[in-house]
Design a protein. Structure first.
Length: 111
């Protein structure tokens, strides 16, 4: 899972839980509690970092912890964006509010 932008500059913001897991693997699983849910050597991401997606009959949101990377209303017409702990990303637009005119969805299936 990742969030990305193409304009004004290409950038990708992978899930910080993946980055934390990779750093734990590289150090042999040892290390401090930075980004961990538990004590020393615990490789689980924090609760805020593990929030991927949520949805109900009124909204869809991606990312969490101190804001959402993308939030869309029930009609998928209006959205909001903030910095979020899940992807450690900047907002998608300066105002934070946007109107959705086109939505593209991609899916990948295993062989």
């Amino acid at each position: 899972m990742l969030r990305f932008s193409l304009h004004p500059v290409r950038a990708k913001y992978p899930w910080v839980g993946v980055l934390h897991s990779e750093s734990q693997s590289a150090s042999g699983g040892a290390g401090g509690t930075s980004g961990a849910a538990g004590g020393e050597g615990d490789s689980r991401p924090t609760h805020a970092n593990s929030l991927f997606m949520a949805a109900d009959s009124t909204m869809i949101t991606i990312g969490g912890g101190d804001g959402q990377a993308i939030w869309m209303d029930e009609n998928i017409r209006f959205g909001k964006t903030d910095r979020c702990s899940t992807f450690n990303n900047p907002p998608l637009c300066p105002s934070g509010d946007f109107e959705i005119r086109v939505l593209e969805v991609y899916g990948f299936a295993g062989a």
